[in-house]
Ligand binder design. Sequence first.
Ligand code: AMP
Length: 229
Amino acid sequence: MTPVGSMRVVVLLGAPGAGKGTQAPILAEHLGVPVLASGELLRRVAAGGSPLGAEVASYMQAGQLVPDGTMAEIFLQRLGEPDAARGAILDGFPRTGAQARALDDALATRGGSIEAALYIEVPEDELVGRFADRRICKAAGHVYNLNSNPPQAPGVCDIDGSELVRRPDDDEATVRARMREQLAPLAEVTAYYRDHDVLSIVDGTRPIEDVTAGLLDALGPASPGPAGA
Ligand code: AMP
């Protein structure tokens, strides 16, 4: 791992469907660091066909969290890869208090710490309604919403031209299980970061550009714009 104090590690928090997957790449471009999305990472592990992949897939399909030990190992290994040496936007990790502590410990061994935890807040009722309209592209997981953020051509990703599909875990039963399972641990994570004075809350019910502005505001004047703008 690279021992650097200048790593920019920003944790993006929010319930499933709050807009983390939409905002993460925008923030990443502003900061010049990659997005590390736990769901994407796990979907890749699950598709790999290994015994670990099969285990991960069974949790995901049930809308349950992958156990902390397995999750921390998979994610922290990814955070140690060279493209994240200068930092990363973390989307979907940590999702429990234990994962937040594991992340802090891993960063501390590299002389770093997280810069901010940004919580995109959306009421639960609105969240449940958003999933029916969510689509992701087959090639790279780019996120669309048929209502609030539709693709230019129906069913086709604007960015890479691949087909847009529903995520297999976006059916209503799985969504409800995911909410039940994940809201309590999320509260644990927000409490953890509030206690560590790095939590900012941003209203996630506003239009996408306004949410982005709120997130950048919360990061403060130290964050450089694209190409130093
Ligand atoms: P997401 O794409 O972030 O909604 O994640 C999809 C699924 O992956 C979740 O429903 C969980 O089963 C699993 N998952 C993602 N991130 C984590 C995490 N940090 N800890 C445990 N399970 C996770």
